[in-house]
Design a binder for this molecule. Sequence first.
Ligand code: AMP
Length: 278
Amino acid sequence: MKIIETIAEMKAIRIKLKEPIGFVPTMGYLHEGHLSLVGKAKAENKSVVVSIYVNPAQFAPTEDLSKYPRNLKRDLAMLEQEGTDIVFFPADKEMYPEGYDTWVTVDKLTKPLEGNFRPTHFRGVTTIVNKLFNIVQPDNAYFGQKDAQQALVIKKMAKELDMNLNVIVCPTVREPDGLAMSSRNVYLTPEQRKSAPALYKSLILAKDLFSHGERNTTNILEQMTAIIQKEPLANIDYISIADTETLEELHTIKKSALVSMAVRYGNTRLIDNLILGE
Ligand code: AMP
């Protein structure tokens, strides 16, 4: 496994890699969720490139950029174990040199849900993913359903900018008690950690209601909200039942819907989601 820190070296080594090339962009502090994407990339490609880059542009000034968890040594050991060929680990000055001024935005799809609470977040995501795609030039790029809106936004960007690659979305990997794996879970205190599976419980409730014929989203949202509100440490940012492609809120579910939420425990913001009618 090679660790590459500059764009020039990454582009040079790219030419020598066996195709197809699978690519997994991450912010590091890896867990089984990330590794599931690497495993899929490994199974479906001849070469696997993983990037580790905590992208400042997707954090607001009030967010957790400086204390975002990092452990490069552990990440590299995990990636080596998975059979990764190249780890791209650029510095900020490499990705955003002095005077950097070019941004990629997806418009309407980034406005609701996460975009409503983190207005500059997706512009940072789409810009960095675009840059990484240009540098790595993968055939297949792997993203997690855990970040449902991000996956939709990147799929749309790749399609509408005629990018020559496939965006593949992989299922959410969870802890045994249902909590979606996330690098941010380490911030949770033991009490918060104990309470956090409430997110998944509310998603499962939505799924049960839907499978018993409930189609009215107000009824489903009320019962989901009640489950989370039972947890004194949890503060809901939003719970949404939306169209799986446009992310417009639904009053009635026809065939399918994306149920998604963001819940804060202290300063730690957890997101989770599930698709109904898949
Ligand atoms: P991050 O390092 O948080 O930017 O995540 C890198 C990639 O891993 C993104 O495509 C995430 O959606 C994906 N990911 C994060 N957590 C999970 C999880 N629990 N299950 C599946 N994919 C995940």
